[in-house]
Design a binder for this molecule. Sequence first.
Ligand SMILES: Nc1ncnc2c1ncn2[C@@H]1O[C@H](COP(=O)(O)OP(=O)(O)OP(=O)(O)O)[C@@H](O)[C@H]1O
Ligand SMILES: [Mg+2]
Length: 239
Amino acid sequence: MRVYNQTEVANLSGVTKNYGLLCALSSIDLSLESAKIVALLGPNGAGKTTAVKLLLGLLKPSNGEVSVFGAHPQEPKTRERMGAMLQSASVPDMLRVREHIDLFSSYYPRPLELADTITRAGLERLENRYYRDLSGGEQRRLMFALAICGDPDLLFLDEPTTGLDIESRRGMWAQIRTLRSAGKTVLLTTHYLEEADQLADRIVVLKRGKVAADGTPYQIKCAGNSETMDDAFLNLTAN
Ligand SMILES: Nc1ncnc2c1ncn2[C@@H]1O[C@H](COP(=O)(O)OP(=O)(O)OP(=O)(O)O)[C@@H](O)[C@H]1O
Ligand SMILES: [Mg+2]
């Protein structure tokens, strides 16, 4: 049996996930430590969203073990400590921004104040707008608000900054760093490698369902034999 480490927040241990004949993750180990930002990188189809959904308890592994805060991810006590922004999420069009945030906040025992969530997500002056009337970037910011409104200890952000303008992206980076300072753990996926380089304490590179590299941004660049994250990534994930 594995020994549960105090700083370990979540763990995939020998996890395989098959979708029919397709093997999306193949016997991977991934451990998340508290108060760290981890970036999960990989080409399209590498298995990033699958890993996130396994940790959230939205998918069951075909093999191996998933644990979050030492328990099953679907335990109510575990779920109320997690927040997530999924890649393909949709919410009802006919609710206003503030109504969405109120609804999500009600799922958690100690949510943030509405005004705090609004500010952190950069949604000032949009509280009364219907979801369907938000721009693409504003919709992403609402999804970020829904991920953080429960003040979770563990946050999953699946491509959070896709489609955001540069100011909003930098704003979200600042919020993610603030969360880390408050002791929160963040697992994010991104195709913006500069984002991973700037934000992450640790980068895990997936290649066709396996871990191709795992280390600090500097270690990843060394392993990928380049001074730039883009080239290191291409070298690490080349066929
Ligand atoms: N429900 C499903 N049924 C069948 N295959 C699936 C399913 N979900 C994902 N896959 C496949 O599993 C593989 C991994 O998908 P996943 O969504 O985890 O990739 P990803 O790394 O998040 O990619 P992207 O960068 O494009 O978001 C892909 O080949 C995908 O087509
Ligand atoms: Mg994905």
